[in-house]
Design a protein around this ligand. Structure first.
Ligand code: HEC
Ligand code: HEC
Length: 362
C-alpha cells in the first residue's frame, strides 16, 4: 500500500519543518528515509522526567518502570499516523497534547470520518492510578492491553495488528530503535504497545496553582479556589470517587449520564458490558480531574458542555435511574459555592504532560 511508504503521512510534515524547498508540494522530492542522526535530534532519548510538584510518586519507583529508550520509541509510535489503515489517524489525533491528551469534542472521529459514541479520556498521571483498568468500562487490564485496541478498531485506526507489525517491522529506522529499546530488532505487537504505554506513563500533570498553594505559596490561588478546595474535600464529597494524584479511584459509578427516562434504558451499558452485573448498568470509570479544564465537553458521552454544567449535575444528585450510585446525593451548596468548585478544578491545570509530535519520523 503506497500510503505506508516512508514519505506518507506525518513524515511529510517532518520534511517541511526541516525547510525542504518544495514543502507543501503534492509529491515530496526526497524519498530518502531520514538519517539516525536526524531522528535522534528530533526525538532524543531522555532521562525519565522528574515528577512535577504535587506528585509524590516517581516513575522509577513503579513496579515496571518505563525505560528512556522505550519512551523515545513510544513517542514516535504514539504520533505516527502510518499505524492506521489509511495513514490519517494516530493515537494523538484523538488524544491531543494541547487538550491534556483528551480532545475538545463530545465523541471521537476515526478513519474516514467515522464517529464513535464515547469521549476520548485523558491519561495524564495514569502511571500512578490505583487500579490498572482502562477504558470507560475498564475492559482493558493495562495501558499495554489498551493500546492494541484502537489500532484494530474499525472506526478508530481501522488497521489489523498484523499490518501494524508488518509496517513497523519493514521500516529499517524503526528496527534500529527497537534494537535500542529491546536489545534486538524484533518487532512485535507486545513491544509496540509496551513502548506506547511507557510514553503515556511519562505524561504527568502537577505544579498547578493548587499544588503550589498546597506547597506553601499562599498567593498561588484566590479565595474562590480555597473555598472550592474545602468543598471538594469536604461537604461536596467529591473525594468519594475523585481521589489520589490523578483524582480518580479508577472504579465505576453510575451518575445517571446517558439514562433515557422515556425508554427506561441507558444509551450505553458502561461497566455492565464487562461485568454483566445489573448494578453496573450505566456505570463508568471515574475520570481524573487533572487538566480537566483543557478538555470540555465532559462525561463518557461528552453530554455536559462545561464544568458549570457538571457541578449542576452533582447539585441535583445526578440523574435518577434504577442503578444510581448510592454515593450520589443532592448537594446543598449555593451558587457561590458551585462557582468555587469550578474554580478549584480550573486550578488543577499545570505541567508535566505538554508535548508535540516529533518533527521527523523513522
Ligand atoms: C479515533 C479516536 C481515538 C484514537 C485514534 C485512539 N483513541 Fe484512545 N480512546 C479513544 C476513546 C473514544 C476512548 C474511550 C473508549 C472507551 O472507553 O470505550 C479511548 C481510551 C483510551 C485510553 C483509556 C484511558 C482511561 O483512563 O481509561 C487510553 C490510555 C488510550 N485511549 C490511549 C490510546 C492509544 C495509545 C492510542 C493509539 C494506539 C489511541 N488511544 C488511539 C479515542 C481514540
Ligand atoms: C460516586 C462517585 C463520584 C462522585 C461522588 C463525584 N464524581 Fe465526578 N465523576 C464520576 C464518574 C463516574 C464520572 C464519569 C461519569 C460518566 O461519564 O458517566 C465523573 C465525571 C466528572 C467530571 C467530568 C470529567 C471528564 O473528563 O469528563 C468532573 C469535572 C467531575 N466528575 C467532578 C466532580 C466533582 C466536582 C464532584 C463533587 C461535587 C464529583 N465529581 C463527585 C464519579 C464521581
Amino acid at each position: 500500500m503506497s500510503i505506508k511508504r516512508w514519505v506518507a503521512g506525518s513524515a511529510i510534515i517532518g520534511l517541511c519543518s526541516l525547510g525542504a524547498a518544495n514543502c507543501g508540494a503534492a509529491e515530496p522530492a526526497a524519498e530518502k528515509a531520514p538519517s539516525i542522526e536526524e531522528l535522534e535530534k528530533a526525538n532524543p532519548v531522555e532521562a525519565l522526567p522528574a515528577s512535577p510538584l504535587g506528585i509524590e510518586q516517581k516513575l522509577p519507583e513503579l513496579k515496571a518502570p518505563p525505560t528512556p529508550e522505550r519512551v523515545q520509541l513510544g513517542r514516535w509510535l504514539f504520533f505516527d499516523k502510518r499505524l492506521s489503515a489509511d495513514g490519517t489517524i494516530a493515537c494523538a489525533s484523538c488524544h491531543r497534547p494541547e487538550n491534556g491528551f483528551s480532545e475538545p469534542t463530545p465523541v471521537s472521529t476515526g478513519i474516514k470520518g467515522q464517529k464513535g459514541n464515547r469521549k476520548a479520556p485523558s491519561f495524564v498521571n495514569a502511571a500512578f492510578a490505583f487500579f490498572p483498568e482502562t477504558f470507560w468500562d475498564g475492559r482493558a487490564g493495562s495501558l499495554e492491553e489498551q493500546a492494541a485496541g484502537p489500532m484494530a478498531n474499525p472506526i478508530e485506526m481501522g488497521n489489523t495488528h498484523e499490518e501494524v507489525v508488518k509496517f513497523v517491522g519493514a521500516n529499517a529506522n524503526y528496527k534500529y530503535f527497537f534494537k535500542k529499546a529491546y536489545g534486538d530488532e524484533t518487532v512485535t505487537l507486545a513491544r509496540i504497545t509496551q513502548a506506547i504505554a511507557d510514553y503515556e506513563r511519562t505524561r504527568m500533570s502537577g505544579n498547578s496553582p493548587w499544588d503550589r498553594y498546597k506547597a506553601g505559596d499562599a498567593k498561588a490561588v484566590g479565595e474562590d479556589v480555597k473555598l472550592g478546595e474545602e468543598l471538594f474535600f469536604g461537604k461536596a464529597n467529591c473525594t468519594r470517587c475523585h481521589v489520589g494524584v490523578a483524582f480518580t479511584d479508577s472504579r465505576f459509578h453510575n451518575l445517571g449520564i446517558g439514562w433515557d427516562e422515556k425508554k427506561k434504558e441507558f444509551s450505553d451499558k458502561g461497566r455492565n458490558a464487562v461485568s454483566k452485573k445489573d448494578e453496573d448498568l450505566g456505570a463508568f470509570k471515574t475520570p481524573g480531574l487533572r487538566e480537566t479544564a483543557l478538555h470540555a465537553p465532559y462525561m463518557h458521552d461528552g453530554s455536559l458542555a462545561t464544568l458549570e454544567e457538571v457541578v449542576a449535575h452533582y447539585r441535583k444528585g445526578g440523574t435518577k435511574n434504577p442503578h444510581l450510585s448510592p454515593k450520589m446525593e443532592p448537594l446543598t451548596i449555593d451558587d457561590r459555592e458551585a462557582a468555587a468548585l469550578v474554580a478549584f478544578m480550573k486550578a488543577l491545570s499545570g505541567e508535566g504532560f505538554q508535548d508535540k509530535a516529533p518533527s521527523v519520523f523513522p
